[in-house]
Write a protein that binds this ligand. Sequence first.
Ligand code: RRO
Length: 316
Amino acid sequence: MADLTTTIGDFHFDNTVMNGAGVWCFDRDELSAVDSSAAATFVTKTATLQARQGNPEPRMAATSLGSINSMGLPNKGLDYYLGVLAEFENTHPDKPYFLSTTGTDPDDFGRLFTKIAQSNFHGLVELNLSCPNVVGKPQIAYDFGAVERILTQVTGIYHGALGVKLPPYFDLVHFQEIAAVLNKFPLVFVNTINSVGNGLVIKDETAAIAPKGGLGGIGGGYIKPMALANVRTLRQLLNPSIRIIGTGGVQNGRDVFELILCGADMVGVATQLGKEGPKVFARLTQELNDLMDEKGYRRLSDFRGNLQVPEAVAVR
Ligand code: RRO
């Protein structure tokens, strides 16, 4: 078996695949199923100060190529997830877990992070700056000034391991702008990418989901090229101490390999986890291991970030 261990900040993981926030992480039972699978660890559903019902149904649909969702941030509230995390941390003192959280109003961030700082949680916090589905609320991380203001406030309050969940960027100047902001803060990771916001899937003559006139975040195979490009470009622009969790479009071990080749330190799985359940992690681990064996790689650092680009040849 190849060595699939990886590190984020001071935290060590005995595998490199985990869930993406939103899938198999709503409550204790779902988190427990991921915890006892081959996954390295889990991240919770994004927690807000108060529990939320989310958007009306139908709000998620799977297609052969991926998924669309407009869940609208349903969750059981920060206190619930802090309570569940305390149980997992007691049972597995050496296993690092991720808490995902976000605010729906500017005032929320101070209150969220004061609570987290006062809790016993000692894992990693993933601040979700990219939920595409709360009606009337833009995706925060497309507003670089807002990201800087929020991170200034949060890092003044919270001194534990912190990372951010980013939306996909599509413009090279935007990559430079977000990286310049993130590099000002003591982040230990970024998770890239969230779903591609506001796509539309049609079944027969009807939108697949109901909220927002049918628009929702697109995940799965549709978005792998964007995930690869975001991991690769941010790896080139971010401080080396900021590790990258690459998420988006993972269906098999080859996809995990490609995200690591672009520079990912860990890999998140969302749509395929929803389709297959937590046994997906054992399959992905085996497929990654087999591919590494074929190529003669013994550890992730043998190929991480080593993407080759063809030499450019002048057109005659
Ligand atoms: O709950 C959602 O609608 C949701 C969230 Br918070 C997110 O970060 N990404 C997504 O695709 N859906």
